[in-house]
Design a protein around this ligand. Structure first.
Ligand code: IPD
Ligand code: CA
Ligand code: CA
Ligand code: CA
Length: 266
């Protein structure tokens, strides 16, 4: 096995996401959870903040000079020479979490020199920890994972995300285009978890016309290491502004690239 210069950060992340998962699970389905609104279809609870605080404190204790970008504002300007930055989504699928649906996760990635060095996605309800490190494969609870062998649209199920930051008709156009090709779709309301499911062969692809870096970087690392394909995401101002995301099995790439580049608002 090749040595990994980010091993100690990866080990820390694996410990922290499990701790953070226990914290979030402890409040899951509790009565009286306050749900705030940050924007259209963008919600936040005190648990999102508490989980992010736990993660940021753990990173800052071990690596005080590392830069951190957290969805809920736990951002910290780093001072390391290598440009490493932790990218954190404390709860992805907050609306599911707030409504008691067991489809949410914690997502942590480390980016350095334009590469996602590692990514972790923890689903506390299922007790599934997805991990991937650049060049070292992808795993779920230590079990190696691979993307599915789906080749044909009619055998595939593609995850879709719905973004209020793009014309709403695009979502309807995407559903229409997939159904026209006899392809199934699923919208589970957590982009990060959807990407983990693609890496684990439970979905065959994921598309969203605009998504933030904290939603996708860990999942894109998983998919790459699980033998999948994704369109370039980390270009332009993606870290802070987001970008479209498309990731899938290699065999479905041409079909999905053509499908999603051709959609118009239905
Ligand atoms: C959202 C979820 C959702 C996706 C949105 C994200 P949040 O993240 O991943 O599935 O469609 O683009 O913002 O707000 O639950 O962390
Ligand atoms: Ca959000
Ligand atoms: Ca998110
Ligand atoms: Ca979130």
């Amino acid at each position: 096995m090749r040595s990994d210069p980010f091993s100690s950060r990866f080990e820390l992340a694996a410990r922290l996401v499990r701790e953070a998962g226990q914290l979030a699970l402890g409040h899951f389905r509790s009565s009286g959870l306050q749900v705030g609104r940050k924007g259209l279809q963008d919600f936040v609870t005190p648990v999102d903040h508490a989980v992010e605080a736990l993660l940021v404190a753990g990173i800052r204790t071990a690596f005080p000079d590392d830069a951190i970008l957290g969805e809920e504002g736990g951002t910290h300007a780093g001072r390391t020479d290598d440009d490493a930055i932790w990218v954190i989504d404390p709860i992805d699928g907050t609306i599911n979490y707030a409504r008691g649906l067991p489809l949410w996760c914690i997502s942590v990635a480390l980016v350095q020199a334009g590469e996602i060095r590692f990514g972790l996605i923890f689903n506390p309800v299922a007790d599934e920890l997805y991990t991937a490190r650049l060049g070292l494969g992808a795993h779920c609870n230590g079990r190696p994972i691979r993307v599915s062998s789906a080749r044909l649209p009619e055998d595939a199920r593609i995850g879709l995300g719905y973004s209020r930051r793009r014309p709403v008709g695009l979502h309807a156009g995407a559903v229409r285009a997939l159904l026209d090709a006899r392809c199934e779709y699923a919208r589970i309301g957590s982009g990060a978890l959807s990407l983990a499911l693609v890496a684990d062969g439970r979905l065959d692809g994921y598309w969203e016309p605009h998504i933030n870096s904290w939603d996708v970087l860990a999942g894109l690392c998983l998919i790459r290491e699980a033998g999948g394909w994704s369109a370039p995401f980390l270009h332009g101002e993606a870290l802070v502004e987001g970008n479209p995301v498309l990731a899938c099995t290699p065999a479905l790439r041409d079909f999905l690239v053509t499908t999603f580049s051709g959609i118009t608002a239905a």
